[in-house]
Design a protein around this ligand. Structure first.
Ligand code: ADP
Ligand code: MG
Length: 479
């Protein structure tokens, strides 16, 4: 990026809510049903039908608003946003215009050089449109209205982001948050979480913002990042040539990594917002907010604190564990059965994670119960099996025979280590006899040779000695 300029970015994220029914009707809210099967007359906006507010939507909005440190509006109403589109059967969208349910919040994002607060301007409730399908029929565009009326939360940030990396960090945080909150599955590929990016550039040090361009149609966090990077470069080049930036909406082309103009400001819709006459205003009481608060699922930042402060894990380890809710839940279940938090984290982050990665599996698909990891840690801590041997030989067998006890499997594999002092002493004497030079060098001060002796010991015993006892005895015998 040209050093003379800086980018200014604000994001608008739409999150489809995991409610059972739609925002304003009893239609089932599900992804992937047979086209046009979950579409009632209310969703179609037929004359004489009346929408009815889904209370779950309001609770979910409050949940997200609280997690994003917002003020929750006590009194609010809906608005009609009028426009024509084939996938919008009513001819208008029921949304919130002047009275969003949540305002004035913030979200911390994690960057390479620390945390940054991103302002949340507003979160409002609205509904999704249907879906036009352009690539299924050679001649016609097909319309599936199942998605019409799906409850959405739109989350709008302040223009606080300054780079594609910051946008990436923000979206990662939002996706993680909605998943922890159980309000949205966060799947950008399927469109349950979508992002429009508003991007402008200005001379470094300038107060005023430049003209912004809105970019749509990115279906992954990676593509949002690519679109922003392209757009920053395009705008800086244009300004460099003395051109003006047109305020417009552009579409991201994932194949070429570019953005293409969709419509200019002049061609923008006039939505003719007016208060929705068919839905009564909504009152959110302090009691309702308190109730949502008391039912709030545990959030990633709470887990982070628990892991680092109570369990003594590093920030690095804690971040890996909380990166997915299911992964964190599994870890939480392991530490129900062991207080060796560090060992549990090591198994999760090391062996469990690499097994899942190799197989392309999710933690939910792991047939090994969390308690079995705790059982494994217990026999290691008792000195029965060495950690490295457990990792190389025992754990792979546990994955194949998840219901058998790790101890029984270790016995079967003949890897129970010898912590019998006499047996260890025999090995040590043998090795000292075989390496008189090293013994002399150790005695004359080359203490680092302890590693050499340990290596020889482990080799001679095929790794079956308890390293702690072996190390201790070795030092005694050598001095
Ligand atoms: P509009 O009226 O076009 O919807 P808003 O002021 O509501 O614009 O802002 C929409 C989004 O664009 C917000 O996320 C906001 O932070 C962001 N935004 C506003 N102005 C700029 C700008 N000059 N550059 C980048 N982003 C901006
Ligand atoms: Mg706006």
């Amino acid at each position: 990026m040209n050093e003379a300029y800086e980018a200014v970015i604000g994001l608008e994220v739409h999150a489809q809510l995991l409610t059972k029914s739609k925002a304003y009707s009893n239609d089932i809210n599900e992804y992937g049903a047979r086209p046009n099967t979950n579409v009632s007359a209310i969703t179609l906006g037929h004359p004489g039908t009346l929408p009815k507010m889904n209370k779950q939507t309001i609770d979910y909005a409050i949940r997200l608003g609280l997690a994003m440190n917002c003020k929750i509006a006590g009194h609010q109403h809906f608005a009609r946003k009028n426009y024509f589109y084939p996938d919008l059967p009513k001819g208008y969208q029921i949304t919130q215009d002047t009275t969003p349910i949540c305002t004035n919040g913030w979200l911390d994002i994690t960057l390479a050089d620390g945390k940054k607060k991103i302002g949340i301007t507003r979160i409002h409730m609205e509904e999704d449109a249907g879906k036009s399908i352009h690539d299924m029929d050679v001649y016609d565009t097909l319309v599936d209205l199942n998605r019409a009326g799906t409850p959405l939360l739109e989350i709008v940030t302040e223009p606080d982001l300054r780079s594609a990396e910051e946008a990436h960090a923000y979206l990662t945080e939002v996706r993680q948050l909605v998943r922890y909150l159980d309000i949205c599955d966060g799947n950008m590929e399927e469109g349950s979480l979508r992002c429009d990016a508003n991007i402008s550039v200005r001379k470094k040090g300038a107060e005023a913002f430049g003209t912004k361009v809105e970019v749509k149609n990115m279906n992954s966090i990676r593509n949002v990042q690519r679109a922003i990077d392209f757009e920053i470069k395009r705008q800086i080049e244009a300004l460099g040539k003395g051109e003006e930036i047109a305020q417009e909406t552009r579409s991201f082309d994932a194949v070429n990594g570019t953005t293409i103009s969709m419509r200019s400001k002049e061609a923008a819709n006039d939505y003719r917002y007016f208060p929705e006459p068919d839905l009564p205003p909504i009152y959110v009481s302090e009691e309702q907010i308190a109730k949502v608060k008391s039912n709030m699922p545990v959030l990633p930042n709470e887990l982070f604190l628990r892991y680092t402060e109570k369990y003594g894990l590093s920030a690095y380890d804690a971040n890996i564990l909380i990166s997915s809710k299911a992964f964190a839940n599994y870890y939480n279940a392991v530490v129900q059965h062991t207080s060796n938090y560090k060992a549990a984290a090591n198994w999760m982050i090391g062996d469990v994670r690499s097994f899942l990665n190799q197989r392309g599996m999710e933690i939910e698909e792991l047939s090994l119960a969390p308690q079995q990891i705790a059982n494994l840690i217990a026999i290691i801590d008792e000195g029965k099996v060495a950690t490295s041997i457990a990792s190389q030989r025992l754990f792979p067998v546990m994955l194949e025979r998840p219901n058998e006890s790790p101890l029984a499997l270790a016995e079967e594999l003949n890897i129970i280590q010898d912590s019998n002092q006499d047996a260890i002493a025999d090995y040590i004497e043998q090795i000292m006899a075989n390496h008189p030079d090293e013994v002399n060098r150790y005695k004359s001060g080359e203490q680092q040779l302890i590693g050499f002796f340990m290596g020889q010991l482990m080799k001679a015993s095929k790794g079956k000695l308890d390293p702690k006892t072996a190390n201790q005895l070795l030092r005694e015998k050598l001095s």
